[in-house]
Ligand binder design. Structure first.
Ligand code: CMX
Length: 428
């Protein structure tokens, strides 16, 4: 892993130099204000973190380093992990090294197979995924070496990178095992060292042999990898790791946040939502029927899954990338047709809903991803958030490697009570 370490080290020195300069010249400069409505409103829009793996521009979407989605969407997930950590795409030698490292670390611990088989069939696949990761925590080299004279604070990031590669290399096999064993009740299919992550995953899932299926998985793993530092899952994972809980604890914690319906689970909920529409209105609903359906959902106090975002103020470019894929490979899919009709109908309704309170009436990535997976034969939708998580752990790992490399301290914001707030406001 020498080349990857060297490149992360290089980046860490550049970023570390920038931080030192900023602190030297501006340590007490104010960069924003905190409004009461933000304090009481989930810290929305409050600038309170620095995360160098990726950035979400409200009007342009996700950037990894300086690359926007159209500039990185054709890459492999392995290359994206490199980009998140090192700020550059790997050259051929660097990629060969990474592939070799991944293959060498891909074998699951023996207990994992019986562990997956032993868990109740009713358990949600995300619970399993998170537990599988947590079950390997004792193997953390960070944990094993922490407190020994050999492991200095300056090396925390290297041990975390080591743990990250050990973990990431096993995740496609774990995810596929959850699908095959837990959800389908079938035998697992072997990992192949000849294949990259997406092709391996496509083969190990064993549901579809079309070339475009592994292309969909590649795109899926690339588009979900990271979304800056403040979203529930990335932030949770980073907070946990900031206490020097190792990356197994941190990834599992982050995934538990991703499992919520307002976050990653929305992709499963979206598919169920579309199935609900088809069950009630048939497989080819009209836009008028969909409009009535949406209005009824809102009147009953339900959110429209796949629409809205805490940061984005446009159609999520990840949604657009998936739409382009769908138009190319499965334009006649009934679910895709309904996704399009929803796109035509929902933003106009949400714009006026609750007096214009919905900050972003446009679709996010979850509005379409599940429909494409379903089209290719992944019909157990409980699995969708596992795929999302498999990709998002790339970001969790990269964020923690960089944060530890930059010597970022334990995260511990201050909270206050209503009384404190009232007293403070009365004095103003
Ligand atoms: N349907 C109905 N109401 C919505 C809505 C939607 N899709 N999106 C926002 N609203 C409502 C909110 O519930 C909120 O109402 P109240 O103040 O009465 O509670 C109001 O509009 C303002 O919310 P907001 O500032 O626009 O949105 P937030 O930043 O608070 O929340 C999000 C963002 C994504 C949780 C929200 O838009 C939502 O619940 N969307 C549906 C679930 C979803 O698609 N989640 C996936 C997001 C992407 C991901 O993380 O994977």
């Amino acid at each position: 892993m020498e080349l990857l370490k060297k490149n992360v080290n290089k980046r860490k020195e550049i970023l570390g130099g920038e931080i030192a300069d900023i602190l030297k010249n501006h340590a007490d400069t104010t960069v924003g204000e905190i409004k009461v409505k933000q304090l009481l409103g989930g810290m929305r829009g409050m600038t309170s973190l620095v995360c160098n793996t990726s950035f979400v521009d409200p009007y342009k979407g996700l950037f990894i380093s300086e690359y926007s989605i159209p500039e990185f969407e054709d890459r492999l997930p392995e290359e994206i992990f490199y980009l998140l950590c090192a700020g550059k795409f790997p050259d051929d030698d660097e990629m060969a090294e990474l592939r070799e490292e991944i293959n060498a670390r891909s074998k699951l611990p023996k207990f994992m197979w019986s562990f997956i088989r032993s868990l109740p069939k009713k358990m949600h696949p995300m619970t399993l995924f998170s537990m599988c990761i947590l079950s390997m925590e004792g193997r953390s080299v960070f944990k094993q070496n922490y407190g020994t004279p050999e492991m200095t604070k300056a090396q925390y990031w290297e041990y975390t990178l080591e743990d990250s590669l050990n973990l990431l290399s096993k995740l496609p096999t774990i995810a596929a095992a959850i699908y095959r064993i837990h959800l389908l009740g079938k035998q697992p299919i072997d990992y192949s060292p000849r294949l990259d992550w997406s092709n391996n995953l496509a083969q190990m899932l064993g549901v579809n042999s079309e070339r475009s299926f592994s292309e969909l998985l590649r795109l899926y793993l690339v588009l979900h990898c990271d979304h800056e530092g403040g979203n529930v899952s990335a932030f949770t994972s980073r907070v946990v790791n900031s206490a020097l809980s190792n990356i197994y604890y941190a990834a599992s914690a982050g995934l538990n946040g991703l499992a919520g319906p307002l976050h990653g689970l929305a992709n499963q909920v979206c598919l169920q939502f579309i199935q609900g529409i088809h069950a009630q209105l048939g497989d080819s609903p009209t836009t008028d029927d969909i409009t009535a359906y949406i209005n009824n959902e809102l009147e009953n106090g339900r959110v429209i899954p796949g629409y809205g975002h805490a940061v984005l103020r446009i159609t999520d470019p990840r949604f657009s990338a998936f739409m382009e894929f769908g138009n190319k490979y499965c334009p006649n899919s009934a679910y895709l047709q309904t996704v399009k009709k929803l796109y035509y109908v929902v933003p106009n309704i949400l714009k006026d809903y609750k007096g214009g309170k919905v900050a972003n009436p446009y679709p996010n990535v979850d509005a379409i991803s599940g429909s494409l997976l379903y089209h290719y034969g992944i019909k157990k939708y409980g699995f969708y958030t596992v795929l999302f998580g498999l990709s998002r752990v790339l970001g969790f790992c990269a964020q923690s490697v960089l944060a530890l490399g930059l010597n970022q301290p334990i995260i511990r914001p201050k909270s206050v009570t209503n009384k404190w707030l009232k007293d403070k406001l009365e004095k103003q």
